[in-house]
Structure formats: structure tokens, C-alpha cells
Design a protein. Structure first.
Length: 285
């Protein structure tokens, strides 16, 4: 099966975005598997690049998060030790070093749809990295599920289901078969050219992800127009100014001025977590 030129031209419309999918009848040519450890710092730090790629080129690919069990130290190729986790002030106990319950909860959330799974994963990471909460605690996981509006009876039932266990084991098996030794790792697959794929480990510059995507497409598409910042914040709810700077190609000073203007309009408000400043969409406006 090949992607014809008419289909590619429809996809290559810079006014197209993931939110407004008026070309869903065209199968997207690329699938990206994102191998992550939910509590790996690098798997958290790559998020702005993933978001930016989705905003600018999401019309060309579908993305599938895959749970992998290779937590790493930021900028290092060695496993993070218990002491290093504690020094970073991440909560930890004898029973929560690798947090398998978190991975199972993420797979349970995914049963309610891709967006539900992604939103739940993001909320878990926010609670862990920003609030230093012990997200192995069932009550914390339930609160995360409520915060992203999951069907709670369904979520609780799925947590104990054999299908969730199987889905998690399938992720680990896939990680092993693809020889994923570091998180995050992105694997680009062509949906139309058999056996064509590219694997890239660690955090790289944004230009590299775009280059690989274009190489897989064998074309040079234009990026989609970015939505207004207010709309972006309304969708993602909370974001660091550094994330916004990366996604919108602004300097930190430009980002700060933009957010302060929105703050005066009461569109956003500042929140402080772990000595970092974040901006949260004000839903009451």
C-alpha cells in the first residue's frame, strides 16, 4: 500500500492541526512509538518536544506511548540509584522503587481512549515531578484519574483486569524485542513501506525529530500553524514557561511577557511547585 500524491497534498496543509481532524479519512503515513518510563526524568523532559512535534506535524503521524522499564539519570547512561532519587526529592519507599502499579494504572486509563491515557500519564508525571507525591499510593492514582475525568468505576475495575496486565507485559515485550535500552526512545515506523523504521534514543534537539520525520515521509512538509496560546493552555491546563518557549519558538523573556499579559486578563495564573514557576489556565474566565 502506498500513499498517493493527492493524499499527501491533503496532509500537507499548514492549516491542519490535530485538534481539527477534517482529513481523518486519510491514513497517517507514520506511526511513532514513544518508549518511556513514566517516572524517568528524561521521559518527562522530552514532553515539550513531543508536544511541539504534534502541534506542527501531528497530521502526518499517530503516536503510541509504550511503557519501558529503564529509568535513567538525566544526561547519564546509568540507572538511577535509590540515593539519587532521594536527592532529587522524589518520594520513594522499599515498595515503590519502580512503581509497577503506576504502569498498570496508565494501561487501565488507555482502555478509555488514547487521549484519556495521555492525559492520565501527564497528570501522574505532574504529581510526581512537580508535587513530589508518592504516586504509588492508590489514593493519589485515583485522584489523578478523577482530575482527568476518567470513568472511575470502569477505571477501578480495569486496574484488576487480566487485560491490563497483558497490555503491560506486551509493552515490556515490545521494549525487549526492539532492544530499547534507554528511556525515552522514539521509533518511527512507516505505515506504507514495510520494514522501514528509525530508532532514536535519549533527548535530542527538536530539529533532529523533524529531520527524521521528513526523511520517513520522503518529503518536506510545512509545519501547521500553531493555535493561539490561550487555546493551547486551555487544552493542556498547566505548563512551564520553558515548555511554552520551546513550542512557540520564543525567548524566555518573550514568553514571560506574553504570560504576564494573559495574567492581567485573568486568563492564566502563576503556580509555584518545587521552586519552579508554572502557569495554569484559569478555567473560571
Amino acid at each position: 500500500m502506498t500513499l498517493n500524491l493527492l493524499e499527501l497534498s491533503r496532509l500537507d496543509d499548514p492549516n491542519t492541526s490535530e485538534k481539527y481532524r477534517f482529513i481523518d479519512f486519510v491514513k497517517k503515513p507514520i506511526e511513532i512509538y514513544v518508549f518511556i518510563d513514566p517516572l524517568c526524568p528524561d521521559s518527562w523532559l522530552i514532553e515539550p518536544y513531543i508536544r511541539k512535534l504534534s502541534v506542527e506535524y501531528g497530521r502526518f503521524f499517530t503516536m503510541r506511548p509504550v511503557i519501558s522499564s529503564h529509568p535513567k539519570v538525566v544526561g547519564d547512561n546509568t540507572n538511577m540509584t535509590r540515593k539519587q532519587w532521594q536527592q532529587k526529592q522524589y518520594p520513594i519507599s522499599d515498595n515503590t522503587l519502580f512503581f509497577p502499579s503506576v504502569s498498570l494504572a496508565i494501561k487501565a486509563a488507555e482502555l478509555q481512549g488514547k487521549n484519556a491515557g495521555r492525559n492520565f500519564l501527564r497528570k501522574v508525571q505532574e504529581n510526581f515531578f512537580l508535587k513530589s507525591e508518592n504516586i504509588a499510593d492508590v489514593e493519589i492514582l485515583m485522584q489523578c484519574a478523577e482530575d482527568v475525568a476518567l470513568d472511575m468505576p470502569e477505571f477501578k475495575k480495569d486496574l484488576q483486569s487480566a487485560s491490563v496486565q497483558k497490555a503491560f507485559q506486551c509493552d515490556l515485550k515490545m521494549s525487549n524485542e526492539m532492544d530499547v535500552k534507554e528511556t525515552p526512545t522514539l521509533v518511527f515506523f512507516s505505515q506504507f513501506i514495510e520494514d522501514q523504521c528509525i530508532k532514536l534514543s535519549g533527548i535530542n534537539t527538536y530539529d533532529i525529530y523533524v529531520f527524521l520525520l521528513k526523511r520517513m515521509l520522503q518529503s518536506d512538509p510545512r509545519p501547521s500553524k500553531k493555535p493561539p496560546i490561550e487555546e493551547f493552555l486551555a487544552y493542556y491546563d498547566i505548563i512551564h514557561n520553558k515548555e511554552l518557549a520551546i513550542i512557540y519558538d520564543m525567548t524566555l523573556d518573550e514568553t514571560e511577557r506574553t504570560l504576564k499579559k494573559l495574567q492581567l486578563k485573568q486568563t492564566v495564573k502563576k503556580v509555584f511547585k518545587k521552586n519552579e514557576t508554572f502557569w495554569k489556565y484559569n478555567k473560571q474566565t
